[in-house]
Design a protein around this ligand. Structure first.
Ligand SMILES: Nc1ncnc2c1ncn2[C@@H]1O[C@H](COP(=O)(O)OP(=O)(O)OP(=O)(O)O)[C@@H](O)[C@H]1O
Ligand SMILES: [Mg+2]
Length: 346
């Protein structure tokens, strides 16, 4: 487990005792195109948060900002207070020191993040030695431990990445991400490339690791099982903005934004195993063309005049939604209004 931050900065005071992560008014803007808009949330220690939304919603850009991985082309605003430091104002070298030691990251496609020319064991051992200063023998012991935790055989230390299947590469990435005992694990689509039986075990493994290591988790996913089996809370992003947030079971069973309901109902059943969230009808606006008012209004069956003119605030306590007509949900009680259901295929 990572120790306390070595240098307490004044921002430590802003972080509640129970928070591992506090995000305030995060904005990421490429020239003329805001891709993350006014994102605020808090992650309690030991809590798991899922971030869902269609392709282009800003999920990966949000994760990168949490890690302090900033693109030189984009402007970043707001605060990401992680382990007492504002990742949004650290230098690349300072942010890199926090990553690995206090935050583990599992990227969507592990391939590019594993060095093809080096054996798995030596890659993980180097991560451990760089971030913890352990001796070579202790780092090698740690490698064997984490490989066992992710159910990879001891021989995996001698394997090169190309000798592993996609699922094994994912596990090797998870092993590397947790090898320095981080408090926080960030994962981008950890199950998207996996076949059904492997996927199921993978989800269980993440849930077990989380329990055993007391990890706090932020996971970006399109996989309802990941939300249901791993997440305590869910954030739904649309056009870079949080449009719904709440306890996972509540949001899955009783969404309060039409977008969330359509996103969930586009999968045949939220209770069936193996179901994935699928794209809903209509196009996601490009970041440079986000419509005025509620950004979802051109695709929304409930859209009215007010939705076109003023962006609704995220309202509620515990379970929040940015919709003027939350009380009209669920949608299947509604008579569809064909004048506003542009491209709705559900
Ligand atoms: N370097 C860049 N320059 C300009 N726009 C970018 C850049 N990188 C990402 N974007 C835009 O930011 C938006 C959000 O991208 P992001 O990768 O966060 O989406 P996502 O929600 O992770 O989608 P997916 O589910 O497909 O992974 C997209 O519209 C994307 O085109
Ligand atoms: Mg992404």
């Amino acid at each position: 487990m990572a120790g306390p931050p070595t240098k307490a900065s004044p921002v430590t005071k802003q972080l509640g005792k129970h928070n591992i992560l506090s995000v305030k008014n995060l904005e990421v803007e490429y020239p003329g195109a805001p891709v993350v808009r006014d994102v605020s949330f808090v992650l309690n220690r030991g809590e798991a948060l899922a971030i869902v939304g269609e392709s282009g919603a800003g999920k990966t850009q949000t994760l990168y900002a949490l890690l302090g991985l900033r693109s030189p082309e984009a402007v970043y605003k707001g605060e990401v207070i992680l382990a007492g430091r504002n990742m949004n104002s650290l230098s690349p070298a300072e942010a890199a020191a926090v990553r690995g030691r206090e935050v583990g990251m599992v990227f969507q496609n592990p391939g590019p993040y594993l060095n093809p020319a080096r054996r798995i064991g030596s890659q993980i051992a180097e991560t451990v030695r760089v971030h913890t200063g352990l001796s070579r023998e202790a780092a090698e012991r740690r490698v064997r431990e984490v490989l066992e935790q992710v159910e990879l055989t001891p021989e995996t230390v001698r394997r090169f990445p190309h000798q592993l299947s996609g699922g094994m590469q994912q596990r090797a990435m998870i092993a590397m991400a947790v090898s320095c005992g981080p408090e926080l694990l960030l994962m981008d689509e950890p199950t998207s490339a996996l076949d059904a039986p492997i996927r199921r075990r993978h989800i269980e493994l993440i849930a077990e690791l989380r329990r055993e290591m007391g990890l706090s988790v932020v996971v970006v996913t399109h996989d309802i099982e990941v939300v249901r089996d791993i997440a305590d809370r869910v954030i739904v992003l649309y056009c870079g903005r949080i449009i719904e947030e709440g306890p996972a079971s509540v949001v899955l069973n009783n969404p309060r934004h039409p977008y969330t309901e359509l996103l969930l109902s586009s999968a045949p059943s939220v209770h069936k195993r193996g179901q994935r969230l699928r794209a809903i009808g209509g196009d996601v606006p490009r970041p440079a063309d986000v419509p005025a008012g509620c950004s979802f209004h051109p695709r929304c069956p409930l859209a009215a005049e007010v939705c076109r003119s003023a962006e609704p605030a995220l309202r509620g306590k515990g379970h929040r939604a940015a919709c003027y007509f939350s009380d009209k949900l669920p949608l299947d009680r509604q008579e569809p209004d064909n004048s506003t259901t542009t491209g709705q295929s559900l």
